[in-house]
Design a protein around this ligand. Structure first.
Ligand code: PMP
Ligand code: GLN
Length: 380
């Protein structure tokens, strides 16, 4: 069989989680909370099942959920999407990203991807027959940033789409209004689409504001915005999210959605629609995670790890070059096996070998888990 994805193996997240459990390590590798979601949310979903919401919902999603999503986006970011034609509920952000790429990228089209990049982007582009064009973030004393002049230089007549992710996995970088302006300047006068991965939209710290691409009307008109309830409501295993895009883009999106999943499970949609009536859970998320970030940061302050800024997401990157000259992958394996704390090598987010001496920790964990990890890391 001629593989369509010859370079793809098991994801680094599965590999490190398996090693963590084999070595009995504290798993700060794969991004997921080790605490449960709000029991109210479980009750609402169970209630929906008991009320008989167990057959196919409409193809683009339960209307009440699409209305709740449109209401939230308008309230937070000031952009009105029509729930009937512009919002589609997806089986997680992963399916939203793949579908947005499959419905727009033709063989020979180029898609600009900013590295380090979440691992599903490049395979999705390749499945569509597109060519990923990789531009690397720059790293200096202030952390990672996007060199927009390099993105501008990568644009040509074949460029179909630019993929952006804010807040950014794995670096925790948050795009500012100036970044968004630079992106708008690059695409103005072209027909380039934007695919905005905003799954960490509610995990943003130190009073900063999430610059959703849809706040910018010029960009909203050409953008797919992708988000995930898995992140926001601590239910990564439920695999549910959504894509918001102008009607013409959503119509193309739904053609592929209809024949890849058709629709997403009914009871969870009803449960989340009810739960969203209360904005507190997502409004409280920044304070909830900022405290965990600060707890973890404080524990490493006097270590030989150099902490990089962590302005958003539930990840923090650390530079271990004062500790070891191992490659990132080998250091992550050593840390898991010998110290008992699993991490993710940032090199796994690049297509070509790249060593910066940096690994990523996930701090979406109970305080006691973080403390146990810190005790072990203190022995290095
Ligand atoms: N994008 C990014 C940047 C992510 O970190 C994740 C979570 N692993 C996803 C997309 C996928 O989200 P979901 O689990 O909802 O498919
Ligand atoms: N998004 C998660 C992370 O970055 C992993 C999700 C997955 O395992 N595919 O760790």
């Amino acid at each position: 069989l001629r593989s369509k994805l010859p370079k793809v193996g098991t994801t680094i997240f599965s590999v490190m989680s398996a090693l963590a459990s084999e070595k009995n390590a504290v798993n700060l590798g794969q991004g997921f909370p080790d605490f449960d979601c709000d029991p109210t949310l479980v009750e609402l979903v169970a209630g929906a099942m008991k009320s008989g919401f167990n057959q196919y919902p409409p193809m683009p999603g339960v209307p009440a959920l699409r209305q709740a999503i449109a209401g939230k986006i308008e309230h937070l970011y000031g952009h009105r999407y029509d729930p009937a034609t512009e919002i589609t509920v997806t089986a997680g952000a992963t399916q939203g990203l793949l579908t947005a790429i499959m419905c727009t990228v033709h063989p020979g089209d180029e898609v600009i991807v900013i590295e380090p990049a979440y691992d599903s982007y490049v395979p999705a582009i390749e499945l569509a027959g597109g060519t990923p064009v990789l531009v690397q973030m720059e790293l200096d004393a202030n952390g990672y940033s996007v060199p927009w002049h390099k993105i501008a230089a990568a644009v040509n007549a074949r460029t179909r789409m630019i993929l952006v992710n804010t807040p950014h996995n794995p670096t925790g970088t948050v795009l500012t209004a100036t970044d968004i302006q630079a992106l708008a300047d690059i695409v103005r006068g072209t027909d380039i689409l934007i695919l905005a991965d905003e799954v960490y939209e509610h995990m943003i710290y130190d009073g900063a504001r999430h610059e959703s691409i849809c706040r910018h009307p010029e960009l909203a008109a050409r953008a797919f915005i992708v988000s995930s309830f898995g992140k926001t409501y601590h239910v990564t295993g439920w695999k549910i999210g959504y894509v918001a895009a102008p009607a013409a883009l959503s119509a193309e999106f739904r053609k592929v959605h209809q024949y890849s999943v058709f629709t997403v499970n009914t009871a969870v949609q009803h449960g989340i629609a009810n739960y969203m009536q209360n904005p507190a859970p997502y409004l409280e998320l920044p304070a909830f995670y900022q405290r965990k970030r600060d707890l973890f940061r404080a524990g490493l302050e006097n270590s030989r790890f150099k902490l990089l800024p962590a302005d958003g997401t539930y990840f923090i990157c650390v530079d271990y070059s004062a500790i070891s000259s191992l490659s990132e992958a080998d250091f992550a394996i050593w840390l898991t096996s010998e110290i008992g704390v699993a991490a993710i090598p940032v090199s796994a987010f690049y297509q070509s070998p790249r060593e910066s001496g940096i690994v990523r920790f996930c701090f979406a964990k109970q305080d006691q888990t973080l403390q146990q990890a810190l005790q072990r890391l203190a022995t290095i």
